[in-house]
Write a protein that binds this ligand. Structure first.
Ligand SMILES: *Cc1c(COP(=O)(O)O)cnc(C)c1O
Length: 413
């Protein structure tokens, strides 16, 4: 990393804009990103690229977005000092409580923003992909709120596994389309959503649920999730007398809760970033979703990124006990940060995540989502100093994972 140390303050200077870890003008993060799309979507993606920053910074948009985040989503979410967890790991651990958002995770920050954007762009029909159903529920929720037609593509396997979320989406008025191709999971649902978009380019907005897809999606989603780090700044200043932590920790599937947690600190090299990807049954087991450790450069869903693939470039099916983390790719922002050494990425296995979830529940009375439990698994792998201030993004609550938790406990006895 080409950083400059200032000898007088001992603190790294902010980099020049062109060296930033944020997206550049052409839609790339270092070697990763871009927009690799079929020609029929060119006009859609190009219009979005031209409009998204204007809309996201427009005072009228911001007023409506922020009002909904406050009154509908329940923001700001607390920054909670987890005392017993801190004692156990001999450092100061704050939890950013995204689990307390309406619909139970950070995903709604993005869907609220994108539905307002879709309205401003004159779209009348919303499509989305979903894996575990969390993004589908967050999208169906805002479509109900804004009275918009909503179609959610979901792998047939996931439809079977995630009945409750399917029922919620349907109750909210969405049409859930089970996808029968491939392994019938998230990757296949995304393919089908893109196919739909190609057939309805003029009236439809595609709400992507993470920092993935063609430019400008990764940047747009990260900006909409950046409310997380904006709040962390204010809350830390109040609680610690300084507005930055020593470490930020988050789990990473596509990278949106991590992207939002680090956004305001991404070029502030005083803040170290530790991300947890899903190791599954172990990175050498063949059953893993550790994309950054196992992936090679390839193109998936419109973006050049690290991708789990076979020798001849076929996408390998990822595995994780957590449905929100088993995506074979990773947002280009995170591929670049990992490659440049800006982030440290640890693979946290199923059993480590389960143990971390049980521990948080016992010590703090908070049942985390299985995805968030991977972030908590970092404490089992990495030592921190006594004075270190750590902020961990607790991306969601564990209600949806109760069946898994109960099953794992009963298998152990
Ligand atoms: C979807 C989800 C994730 C993973 O998605 P990212 O885009 O990587 O944040 C993590 N935690 C929860 C609770 C989720 O629902």
């Amino acid at each position: 990393m080409n950083t400059t140390e200032n000898p007088h303050t001992q603190r790294p200077l902010q980099r020049e804009r062109e060296d930033s870890f944020l997206v550049n003008e052409s839609g790339y993060y270092g070697d990763f990103g871009g927009a690799y799309i079929p020609e029929i979507l060119y006009d859609n993606v190009e219009t979005l690229r031209q409009e998204y920053k204007k809309i996201l910074t427009d005072p009228g948009f911001l007023k409506e977005y922020n009002a909904l985040l406050t009154d509908y989503v329940g923001r700001p979410t607390p920054l909670y000092l987890a005392k017993r967890l801190s004692e156990k790991y001999h450092c100061k651990i704050y939890l950013k409580r995204e689990d307390l958002n309406h619909t139970g995770a950070h995903k709604i920050n993005n869907t609220i923003g994108q539905i307002l954007l879709a309205r401003r762009m004159g779209k009348t029909r919303i499509i989305a992909e979903t894996g575990a159903g969390q993004h589908g529920v967050a999208t169906a929720t805002v479509c109900a709120l804004m009275n918009m037609e909503c179609i959610v593509y979901m792998g047939a396997t996931d439809v079977e596994r995630q009945k409750l979320n399917v029922q919620k989406m349907e109750m909210l008025g969405a049409t859930v389309v089970p996808v029968q191709s491939g392994n019938k999971t998230l990757k296949d649902a995304t393919n089908e959503a893109i196919r739909d978009w190609c057939c309805h380019p003029s009236d439809t907005h595609y709400i992507i649920g993470s920092t993935v897809g063609p430019h400008p999606y990764p940047d747009m989603v990260a900006r909409l999730q950046s409310v997380i780090s904006k709040e962390i700044k204010r809350q830390l200043l109040e609680k610690e007398g300084r507005d930055y932590p020593d470490y930020l920790i988050a789990c990473v599937g596509g990278g949106s809760n991590a992207g939002g947690t680090i956004y305001e600190y991404i070029d502030d090299l005083r803040v170290k970033i530790v991300l947890a990807e899903a190791g599954g049954k172990g990175i050498d087991s063949g059953l893993s979703a550790a994309t950054i450790q196992l992936g090679r450069v390839g193109i998936i869903h419109g973006s050049k990124t690290l991708l789990m693939q076979t020798e001849d470039g076929q996408i390998e099916e990822p595995y994780s006990i957590s449905a929100g983390l088993d995506y074979p790719g990773i947002g280009p922002m995170h591929a670049n940060m990992a490659k440049q050494g800006r982030s440290e990425v640890l693979a946290v296995n199923d059993d480590e995540a389960i143990a971390a979830a049980m521990e948080l529940t016992k010590l703090e009375g908070i049942i985390p989502a299985l995805e968030s439990a991977h972030a908590l698994g970092v404490f089992g792998q990495k030592q921190f100093q006594k004075d270190d201030v750590i902020v961990l993004c607790l991306s969601g609550r564990g209600d949806k994972d109760m069946e898994t938790y109960v099953r794992v406990v009963s298998e152990k006895v």
